[in-house]
Design a protein around this ligand. Structure first.
Ligand SMILES: Nc1ncnc2c1ncn2[C@@H]1O[C@H](COP(=O)(O)OP(=O)(O)OP(=O)(O)O)[C@@H](O)[C@H]1O
Length: 514
């Protein structure tokens, strides 16, 4: 029997790639065709030159590439991918005559969407464009009021909303959205249309393709489809029945051609630091003559200015080593990654029982309410908190200035996760360090993980044993307090669970009585 091939087949277009590491930084005054208003906007953001990935994308969009192909952009964390797509989109839309929704950027969570919206919002107004956000942060009514312009109505007269439906217009040219809220607007918001969409950006593609999110992608592709089913024959299979009425027929006159062949008018930009190579996942994007822009030949790349260390310790003493490490780092901004939301909560609680460490530590997790998370993130950005303990919630895409260190309290299972986690530091050419706490049984696995990113060695970081000894007594009492807290929390949860299941039963009973 023949052996299975060890490497997965790579799509042919991924092999003929554009290596963006061959581009130099480009000062703004040398960037061909840059709109002077955007140049001023960029300078106001303290940006004086474009990074290599941004120059590469510029060449394929505003430059000779002229947006003729869909782009798959992969470059290391913190290399400036957001501006790489935002700048050419804004520049191209600056010529638009009528306001309508022309660019849609989809991200997997609210905090990331807010971050990306801010990048667009810092350049778009300079050329008269508006940027909206659809993430479910405010009520749907408030969001609709932001996104859709209603005609001025005479006071005192009662109107049927159906009367002015044709006059509803988009208030925004660019929309940054999470899939859930996007689907809400597609399904329910009068006047919300993707009919004029020219650009679709799928940022953090791996995460977005990993989950179906109410079939948002087939829905968007179907609604932006140019002529008939021939380009995307299976999309209608995914669509709920109600979408039939929303299907749009796009005017062919706007379509671009590639080598004489017709192409859909929607340009897609697919973005990730670790883009999937899985053909079946990529097929979901229905890419048109995709062009792969990536950094060098290696599939996984860490930021150039990142220093990695391993810290070997006994599993049960991990919290002690973490505290000693945090003390050594002297209150520098730091993210500690754990393997789950539960261990994030436990670890954060335990750290609080270590007495006054002179370091402000908070938890950031998907178990928390969005408002709590946003407040924590704001305080972390402002430097009021020095250490965030998080599971995967902070790992992808988050850009917080001044994060000097990342600590892998638990070893991540995959290289992709490792890359995204450690990429929260050493961003935009800054230096940064990452520390991975390991039990000696994990050393081999860690080595294998690093080899996937072509890293052959990782120096040890040692903590003097007297630093550990001096923390032992307080650790014992912290563990006791943690145990008590966990017991209280568990019994509280049980009570809430009991109450809600009782309430559930009552409402079921009431319902059946009706
Ligand atoms: N040309 C530039 N000059 C200076 N700073 C820049 C430039 N472009 C981007 N930056 C800054 O670099 C940082 C990282 O950018 P960005 O968040 O877009 O990275 P990314 O490649 O998307 O990272 P990730 O893969 O983690 O999402 C941001 O703080 C951004 O403001």
């Amino acid at each position: 029997m023949g052996e299975k091939p060890k490497t997965k087949a790579v799509l042919p277009w991924m092999r003929s790639l554009v290596d963006v590491s061959l581009f130099e930084h480009c000062p703004l005054h040398l960037l061909p065709s840059l709109d002077p208003r955007l140049k001023v906007g960029l300078e106001n953001m303290d940006i004086s030159s474009l990074y290599p990935v941004q120059v590469g994308v510029w060449q394929e969009t505003i430059g000779p590439g002229a947006f003729q192909r869909d782009l798959c952009i992969q470059s290391p964390t913190g290399s400036g991918k957001t501006l790489a797509y935002a700048l050419p989109i804004v520049q191209t839309l600056s010529n638009r005559a009528i306001k309508c929704l022309r660019a849609l950027v989809v991200l997997p969570n609210r905090d990331l969407a807010i971050q990306v919206k801010e990048v667009f919002a810092s350049i778009a107004p300079a050329v008269g464009l508006s940027v909206g956000l659809a993430i479910g942060q405010s009520s749907i009514a408030d969001e609709i009021a932001e996104l859709i312009k209603r005609p001025k109505l005479e006071a005192g007269i009662c109107y049927d909303p159906e009367d002015f439906a044709p006059e509803l217009q988009s208030s925004v040219d660019v929309l940054v959205a999470t899939p859930g809220r996007l689907m809400d607007h597609i399904n329910n918001t009068k006047g919300f249309t993707l009919e004029h969409l020219c650009y679709l950006v799928v940022d953090e593609t791996d995460r977005l393709l990993g989950e179906a999110y109410q079939s948002w992608l087939p829905t968007v592709l179907q609604l932006t489809h140019s002529s008939d089913e021939s380009f995307y024959p299976h999309a209608s299979n995914f669509l709920p029945f109600s979408f039939n009425s929303l299907k749009t027929r796009r005017r062919c006159g706007f379509e671009r051609g590639f080598k004489g062949k017709p192409s859909p008018r929607l340009v897609k930009m697919v973005v990730s630091a670790t883009l999937t190579r899985d053909p079946s996942k990529l097929a979901q994007l229905d890419l048109h003559h995709p062009l792969f822009l990536t950094t060098g030949q290696s599939r996984y790349k860490l930021p150039e200015q990142l220093e990695s260390y391993k810290l070997i310790c006994e599993s049960k003493l991990k919290p002690l080593y973490l505290v000693a490490l945090l003390q050594n780092l002297g209150g520098e901004k730091c993210i500690v990654f754990t393997s789950s939301v539960e261990s994030t909560h436990r670890l954060c609680t335990l750290l609080k029982f270590f007495g006054d460490l002179q370091i402000k530590i908070k938890e950031y997790s998907s178990l928390q309410h969005q408002s709590v998370r946003s407040k924590t993130l704001k305080a972390f950005r402002e430097g009021k908190i020095q250490v965030l303990v998080s599971s995967n919630a902070m790992a992808h895409g988050m850009d917080v200035e001044g994060v000097r260190n990342v600590i892998n309290y638990d070893l991540p299972a995959y290289i992709k996760r490792f890359i995204h986690r450690v990429g929260r530091t050493a961003r935009a050419g800054q230096t940064g360090s990452c520390f991975t706490l390991l039990h000696k049984d994990e050393i081999k696995r860690f080595k294998k993980l690093l080899q996937k990113a072509d890293i052959q060695s990782c120096p040890d970081y040692s903590i003097p044993s007297d630093s550990i000894e001096s923390l032992r007594i307080i650790y014992t009492s912290a563990l006791e307090k943690l145990k008590e807290t966990v017991e209280v929390e568990t019994s509280r949860k049980r009570k809430i669970g009991f109450k809600s299941s009782k309430a559930g039963k009552e409402s079921e009973t009431n319902h059946s009585k009706e």
